[in-house]
Each structure stands twice: as C-alpha cells, then as structure tokens.
Design a protein around this ligand. Structure first.
Ligand code: FAD
Length: 292
C-alpha cells in the first residue's frame, strides 16, 4: 500500500505549478494536494510526517519562485471553500487561511471596519500575508491580527494568541506548516470614508505596481532608509536583465517575465542585482521572494 492510498481524490502527482504562481514559471510538484476538508488535510499531514515526506504550503504564489527542477514531496493548496470562510463579529473579522487578503479587506470595509484597507493591492492569501507579515510602509498585517489557528507538521491544530506571536518587517514567528484561519481586531469607521480611502490607495498602488501584468514578483526587502527600488535605481541597474527577466521601469524592485523566461533567468537577475548593489553602494539587499 502506498502512502497516498485512499487520498487519491485530492492528491495528484507530477502537477504543473507554473500557472499557480505569479511568475508563471518553474517545474512541477511531485505531489500536489487540494484537501476539501479539515479531515483530509490532517490525514494528509499525518501521513507525510509518518513517511518523512517534505511538505509545504502554496498560497496564491505571489511570493515564491519555483526552480525549473520542481518540488519534491507534497505541495498543499488551501483553495477549497473549507479554508476560505470570512465572518464578521462586532469589530473583528475571521478569515480562512486560503482566502484572498483582498476579499477580507473588502468584507471588512463593507462592515465598516478599518485597518486592513491600507494593504489593498497585495495579491496574496491570508496565510501568505501572515507568514511573511505583508504590508506597506505604514502598517502590516501583524498590526491587526488577534488570533491565529495553525496546523503543525505533526498534524496537530493549535491556537496562537496575539501574545504568542511576534511580527517584524516582512517576517513573522508564525511558521507552522499551515495557517488555517486568522482573526483581525479592527476599528469602526464609516463605509463611505473607508471606500473613499480604499479607492485612493488603489489608484496610487496601480500607478506604482504592475497590477495588470501577471508574470511579475517583488524581489527584495527594503533596506534601512530607502526602498529596494530606489536602491536598485541608485546603483544604475534599472535596465538590468537576464534572459527573459527584466526589471519594471516604474519600480525596479519588481521583475517582469517574458513568455519564454525561466526560473533560472530570475535567479540570475536576482544574484546579479544583489552583487552589483553590494559592490556599488555597499548595501546588502535581502531577498523578499522565496526561492523553492
Ligand atoms: C504585484 C505584487 C505586489 C506585491 N505587493 C506587496 C506589498 O505591497 N507588500 C508586501 O508585503 N508584499 C507584496 N507582494 C508580495 C506577496 O504578494 C505577499 O508576500 C503575499 O502576502 C504572499 O501571499 P501568497 O498567498 O501569494 O503566498 P505564497 O507566495 O504562495 O507563499 C509565500 C509564503 O507563505 C507561505 N504560506 C502561504 N499560505 C500559507 C498558509 N495558509 N499557511 C502557512 N504558510 C503559508 C508559503 O509556504 C510561503 O512560505 C507583492 C507581490 C506582487 C506579485
């Protein structure tokens, strides 16, 4: 009997992943699982633990670069409705780990709850946003979270209170295998005011970020005192490219891929830019995107 016996209804092998990532490149997953229920997920994780299989969680793929060789072990997606519920209770909103952050922001604004709207335009899921403490220069998702439910690598469900979590710039202590849901404590505000603010923020973000072009990703974390884009520009690297990977003119911290670009092109561009910024400015850029 194989480890996957009885789980075939939601586990597939040799699954292409490029279409699940914003960069639209990279190799397949040896096994790809889309559990429909919590029971499916727990059973899968326990079997992976028993077999010592590498296992990872893929959200909306907006902050990962998958190498051409693909991924060993099991890659899990929480796309199913069981992991996408959103509910409002007073000033708090609870959201599944697999739901789009944008959906939670819209639901919060609809309920007259402010705080998360500043994060409009971040293309990830709630789980992805909490894992990397996504945000902008004014706030990040960790500022608003009050409780998180996680599933650890042994298949045990745990609840983390605010006091049990720490968040810093693009980093969080919540590194269990799966973030199942999160509760955000927000502030009441009029719908009209919130909608007006969100529209304004959206226009500003659209002007800066490649929201329309899909094969894109953010490369580096901001170094102290400057944005990563400004740093790259100051080093004279705005036009840097490698194969089909080039930098976005209006913000060179974003990489844009042509249709024939490969993951290797992005890795090479990342390495070149980091090395040259270090040589020219003495600034060590830290990668924001995860290379798998
Ligand atoms: C156009 C564009 C604009 C962006 N703008 C911003 C921005 O303004 N601010 C910002 O901070 N980031 C930004 N990003 C980066 C990215 O969108 C965020 O990091 C996002 O939160 C990642 O979420 P995801 O669901 O896509 O995660 P993925 O890319 O799928 O995964 C990222 C990490 O999160 C983990 N993860 C995902 N889901 C879960 C889960 N349910 N449980 C546990 N771990 C999980 C993965 O294992 C992986 O380690 C931008 C990216 C793009 C392409």
């Amino acid at each position: 009997m194989s480890w996957v016996t009885g789980l075939e209804h939601f586990v597939r092998n040799d699954e292409p992943l490029a279409s699940r990532c914003w960069l639209r490149c990279g190799g397949p997953a040896a096994f790809f699982a889309e559990p429909a229920t919590m029971d499916d997920l727990v059973e899968l994780v326990k079997r992976c633990a028993a077999e010592s299989l590498p296992v990872r969680l893929l959200g909306n793929g907006s902050n990962v670069l998958i190498k051409s060789a693909g991924l060993e072990g099991v890659t899990i997606s929480l796309d199913a409705p069981a992991f996408g519920a959103v509910s409002v209770d007073g000033n708090s909103i609870k959201a599944g780990g697999g739901v789009a952050l944008a959906h939670v922001i819209t639901a919060a604004a609809g309920a007259g709850l402010a705080g998360l709207e500043q994060l409009i335009g971040i293309p990830g899921t709630v789980g992805g946003a909490l894992h990397g403490n996504s945000g902008d220069r004014t706030t990040d998702v960790g500022d608003w979270v009050s409780q998180v439910t996680v599933l650890d690598r042994a298949g045990e469900v745990r609840t983390l209170s605010k006091e049990q979590m720490t968040f810093s710039y693009r980093s969080s202590s919540v590194d269990e295998l799966a973030i199942l849901d999160a509760t955000f404590q927000l502030e009441p505000e009029s719908n009209d005011e919130l909608t007006r603010r969100m529209q304004k923020l959206w226009i500003v973000k659209r002007a800066k970020q490649p929201t329309g072009e899909k094969a894109t990703a953010c490369l580096f974390k901001d170094p102290i005192g400057m944005t990563a884009g400004e740093t790259i520009e100051q080093a004279g690297l705005k036009t840097a490219r490698s194969g089909g990977a080039s930098l976005l003119d209006r913000d060179p911290n974003f990489v844009l891929l042509s249709q024939d670009a490969s993951s290797d092109d992005v890795v090479k561009l990342l390495d070149d830019v980091r090395e040259q910024v270090s040589q020219k400015l003495g600034v060590e850029l830290e990668t924001a995107i995860q290379i798998w």
